[in-house]
Write a protein that binds this ligand. Structure first.
Ligand code: C2E
Ligand code: MG
Ligand code: MG
Length: 708
């Protein structure tokens, strides 16, 4: 999964978790709000309903109180006996006996007043059984009440009235016969009053379920109230009482449950938020890790190719930080892996990684692009050479790993970013320079040059030409004689490839490596083997030597292909010698051994070519079962240059002969060389002195001359 995909996927997951959590919390909060609203509304409604009931009850209490006193007054005023008595001279006594005395201790009224027909003379006035002055006790309002009540045909006049001590209910009615006959004269008026005492209020509150009922001058905060008005409509006091607030009672009953539910909900939401936060955090970390992994190499911890390109992209368009890219490839890393195992190889990679990232202050980033290939990004003014020397300096001393001394080198290819250059192009250029550095040998540093691209182009063109040359037979086999050192008789021929290109002859030293690199060597090898065998069939009794590239030998199908070709062409395998160079013995010894063993079984012989110019040991000769050794031309030509060349040659040849491996000397150009080599023990000679590589026709002609 790419970093973007991994990161994007996790980001989507994170945002969906956050959305879900937020939705959940919002829904839960809305539900809680609704629930709280319902509870509060229910409590408030219950309170309001009960308050309204209580207010009605208070008014009903007042009305009941008034109607009771009113009924009592009517009972006493509309009474034939009273009418007659009050009209008589004994009115005062009669009034005292019937009403004044009673008022001393009577539940229905506290005082009784009888005012004469003139509306002002007091016939009788008693409060609580004692005479009193109504005008002083009630004030002016009393006489207005009498006035109203005196009107003929009037029923009882009921009013609250302010008294010296508080508020009282007073009912006045004209004293009259039960059944009036004709028009009555102006009548006396009986008034009964009852103080609104705490006892009265207590009785009223008991009767009407109004606990705490009392009188107050003004309404009081937090208490229910209803006004008490006098005859003139003026408010003279208020009945006040506390609300029962049943909603509050219910609320207080359910409160613990509601509180518990809220606490549980809060804890639950807290839990949901916590889980959501933890999950979101985990996903965030996962995303960060995925992005890190996608951009970094797990072994070294450095950037990987993807991370390097992403970093270079960040520098794109930033003129102040034009980076230079160095690609560093370890020389000899494979040998470390092969010799010490992958664990040591991994340790080495880690050590080199740490060293690279810290090697220079201007090295802002390091990356590992492959097994043993690293990249270094430089930003700054330090010279390219300075960085190269610093990097190569890291490999100057051997590395110490677990007590082992490990020596590796490095090759460097570099390129500087030019304007509008993509990171991929920068990488390609540095890579091309590195390729060239590796080609040039170990420990080299090469900077990208457009010439490298042109050369790559030329090679590509040449590859095309080589491909068609192989298929259309433009590659020809030439033959160089191999003669017996003792007799000088031609015993064999070595086939050498010749390419007559339209632009001129191209050396096998050029086109063989090219064919190896571009995968044409197998086709070229088969072509050479086939054409040279076809010619060699005409030269009976002579052996045929054909050069085989290490790349061919590493092909697991090579041996079978050669054998089937010999069958096809009906050529005696015992006449064929395959010449191989030592390279393959180092790079892929297992496969080389399998191919050699397989081919030797059918009688094909093997010669180790160019011995002495590389690292191949005499031991390798024996180990791989070579039938012949060919001493490299450079050793032969050295005979003409130095003093001890002959000694080296002699020693080499005697070692081979001691192992019973015959030796061919190649590149003999003069008789002195031939004499030394013959004397040193070579049994076969080859070189311009004996014969240059020739076309098959020339060889045939030459052989005929000899025979003649
Ligand atoms: P080699 O197999 O060692 O072949 C000998 C080379 O030395 C040949 O060069 C030959 O022309 C040259 N030579 C022989 N005697 C003398 C001498 O007295 N003086 C000098 N200066 N040179 C002498 P050539 O033909 O250019 O081949 C070069 C190499 O290319 C061969 O070295 C061989 O490794 C490779 N090669 C040639 N043909 C083939 C082929 O068909 N297949 C493969 N795989 N490699 C081939
Ligand atoms: Mg050869
Ligand atoms: Mg050779």
């Amino acid at each position: 999964m790419s970093s973007n995909l991994a990161g994007g996927h996790v980001r989507t997951q994170t945002s969906s978790i956050i959305t879900t959590t937020v939705c959940f919390v919002l829904v839960a909060l809305v539900l809680t709000g609704l629930m709280a609203h319902v509870v509060v509304t229910m409590a408030r409604s219950a309170n309001e309903i009960d308050d309204a009931r209580a207010t009605r009850a208070a008014r009903a209490a007042i009305a009941a109180f008034a109607s009771r006193l009113s009924a009592t007054t009517t009972d006493n005023a509309v009474w034939d006996d009273a009418y007659q008595a009050i009209s008589s001279p004994a009115a005062a006594d009669w009034a005292y006996e019937n009403w004044g005395k009673t008022s001393a201790d009577y539940a229905l009224y506290d005082g009784a007043i009888v005012i004469g027909p003139d509306g002002s003379s007091i016939i009788s006035a008693y409060a609580k059984g004692k005479p009193f002055e109504p005008g002083a006790f009630f004030g002016d309002a009393f006489y207005r009440q009498i006035d109203k009540a005196a009107a003929p045909g009037r029923g009882p006049v009921v009013n609250f009235i302010k008294t010296e001590t508080g508020i009282a209910l007073i009912v006045s009615q004209a004293v009259q016969p039960f059944a009036a006959q004709g028009e009555l004269p102006k009548l006396s008026v009986l008034s009964l009053y009852k103080d609104l005492t705490p006892e009265v209020l207590s009785t009223l509150s008991g009767e009407h379920e109004l606990e705490g009922l009392r009188i107050a001058a003004t309404p009081e905060a937090g208490l229910l109230s209803t006004p008490i008005t006098d005859m003139g409509g003026d408010v003279i006091g208020h009945l006040v009482w506390p609300s029962k607030a049943p909603g509050n009672t219910v609320f207080h009953q359910v409160y613990p449950y509601v509180a518990a539910a809220v606490i549980i909900l809060v804890m639950f939401l807290g839990g949901v938020l916590l889980v959501g936060a933890i999950e979101a955090r985990r996903l965030h970390q996962q995303a960060q890790a995925a992005i890190f992994q996608a951009n970094h190499d797990s072994l070294s911890g450095l950037l990987n190719r993807h991370g390097l390109l992403a970093l270079l992209e960040e520098f794109e368009g930033n003129d102040f930080s034009s980076p230079r890219l160095f690609l560093v490839d370890l020389d000899g890393f494979k040998a470390v892996n092969d010799a010490w195992g992958h664990a040591v190889g991994d340790d080495l990679i880690r050590i080199v990684s740490r060293a690279l990232i810290a090697c220079h202050p201007e090295a802002v980033a390091a990356a590992r692009l492959g097994g043993d290939e690293f990249a270094l990004v430089q930003i700054g003014n330090a010279a390219r050479k300075e960085i190269e020397e610093t990097v190569l300096g890291l490999f100057a001393e051997p590395f110490k790993i677990d007590g082992r001394t490990i020596e590796v080198g490095a090759s460097i290819g570099s390129a500087a970013r030019e304007e509008d250059m993509t990171p991929l192009e920068l990488l390609r250029r540095a890579d091309m320079a590195l390729y060239r550095a590796k080609e040039n040998g170990r420990g080299r540093a090469i900077e990208y040059d457009p010439e490298l691209d042109r050369e790559r182009q030329r090679i590509a063109e040449m590859e095309g030409l080589l491909k068609s040359a192989i298929s259309n037979g433009a590659i020809e086999a030439f033959f160089q004689p191999l003669v017996s050192a003792s007799t000088g008789v031609v015993t064999g021929l070595e086939a050498l490839a010749r390419w007559r290109a339209p632009t001129g002859n191209i050396s096998p030293e050029i086109f063989i490596p090219l064919a190896e690199r571009c995968g044409l060597i197998d086709a070229l090898g088969v072509h050479m083997l086939k054409t040279s065998i076809e010619h060699a069939k005409n030269w009976l009794d002579l052996t045929l030597s054909v050069n085989v590239s290490p790349v061919q030998l590493c092909n697991p199908e090579f041996a079978a292909e050669v054998i089937s070709l010999l069958h096809e062409l009906d050529f005696d395998p015992k006449r064929l010698t395959l010449e191989i160079t030592e390279g393959v013995l180092m790079t892929n010894p297992e496969q080389a051994r399998r191919s050699i063993d397989h081919l030797k079984q059918v009688g094909i012989k093997f010669a180790l070519d160019d011995f002495g110019c590389g690292y191949a040991s005499i031991g390798a000769l024996r180990q791989f079962g070579f039938d012949r050794m060919k001493i490299d031309r450079s050793l032969v030509s050295a005979l003409d240059q130095g003093s001890n060349g002959a000694d080296v040659l002699r020693a080499t040849i005697s070692l081979a002969t001691a192992l019973q491996i015959p030796v061919t000397a190649e590149g003999i150009e003069n008789t002195r060389q031939a004499a030394i080599l013959r004397e040193a023990g070579c049994d076969q000679l080859q070189g311009y002195l004996i014969g240059k590589p020739m076309s098959a026709n020339d060889i045939s002609a030459k052989l005929q001359d000899h025979a003649a």
